[in-house]
Write a protein that binds this ligand. Structure first.
Ligand code: SF4
Ligand code: SF4
Length: 299
């Protein structure tokens, strides 16, 4: 159905100072990502494992990997310098929920030391159904799930394999499991009261016509925003689509898909595809000011 004109207070409250959910807030509030999650349980054709998870980041970016304790030191150093800091997210460099111990330890440390900061996690969704309760208990109220398809035929062209339940699945079978888990994860996260953002990577000729269907599905499950992002193809930095040099969409193609989706859900247009160790206001990258070597010594 249509979005109600007035948001329930509980949702409005969650939106208020999260720069990624509100165009308003993104001018005033800062976010940071802590890169504590190296492993991934999915393979995306557009991902070169040497770089940050391409579901959230632009290609060619290598974040400094942190232990949970180092991540906490960094959060506290950034919070001391940047009073607008409102959100701490775990977004990579792999999939946060494929590294549950590191991710949940980080969330717990940050929560205990800085309870006013909002916590946010981005995931490919494969492990999401198993972790919704734990995320909620950890105080996470914003979850981003990257969903590029709801049709396994399309999925097989984007995700060649997954590892699930200790088994490696390929092709259509992999895409079927991935899609089912993603949608179930969104459904459960929404039911648990979280604000869910869905990212889709637009791959021309593969899912461009299909994303309207993805939009309808995730909207139906209660996702709050849908963020259609361009595939950024940059062979110089090692991002190849299926190693065949698939191009990214033109600005017009991206605009057309965003417009086609708009009738059905809020579409985010201000995502900056930040690095897994991004620091600052959106559009600002202060990550290099807060590398480990520059942090004050820990306790
Ligand atoms: Fe790479 Fe992210 Fe896809 Fe994993 S989920 S393969 S890290 S783009
Ligand atoms: Fe926000 Fe997009 Fe950056 Fe994530 S990648 S922190 S959604 S602007």
């Amino acid at each position: 159905g249509e979005a109600p004109a007035v948001l329930p207070e509980a949702i409005a409250e969650k939106l208020r100072n999260h720069p990624c959910y509100s165009e308003e807030a993104h001018h005033h509030f800062a976010r940071m990502h802590v890169a504590v999650a190296p492993a991934c349980n999915v393979q995306c054709h557009y991902c070169n494992r040497k770089f940050d998870c391409a579901n959230e980041s632009r290609p060619g970016v290598v974040s400094e990997r942190l232990s949970p304790e180092e991540a906490l030191r960094k959060v506290l150093a950034v919070a001391a310098e940047l009073p607008q800091l409102a959100v701490v997210g775990v977004a990579g460099p792999g999939d946060p929920l494929a590294n549950p111990e590191r991710t949940f330890r980080t969330l717990a440390l940050v929560r205990a030391a800085a309870p006013d900061l909002r916590l946010c996690v981005s995931t490919n969704g494969l492990a999401l159904p198993d972790h919704v309760d734990e995320l909620r208990a950890a105080g996470v109220d914003h979850v981003t799930v990257t969903i590029n398809m709801v049709d396994p035929e399309v999925g097989a062209r984007i995700h060649p394999w997954i590892v699930h339940g200790g088994r490696r699945l390929e092709g259509r079978a992999a895409a079927e499991v991935l899609s089912g888990r993603q949608l179930e994860g969104v459904r459960r996260a929404v039911a648990a009261g979280m604000l869910v953002k869905v990212n889709s990577v637009l791959v021309p000729g593969v899912n461009d016509r299909h994303l309207v269907e993805v939009n309808r599905a995730v909207r139906g499950l209660g996702a709050f925003v849908h963020n259609v992002m361009p595939l950024i193809s940059d062979p110089a930095h090692g991002t190849h689509y299926g190693l065949t040099g698939q191009r990214g969409p033109t600005a017009e193609e991206l605009e057309a898909v965003q417009r086609a989706c708009e009738g059905d859900a809020r579409v985010m247009r201000h995502c900056r595809q930040c690095r897994a160790d991004a620091v600052g206001l959106l559009g600002q990258d202060r990550s290099q000011e807060f590398t480990l070597a520059r942090l004050p010594p820990g306790p």
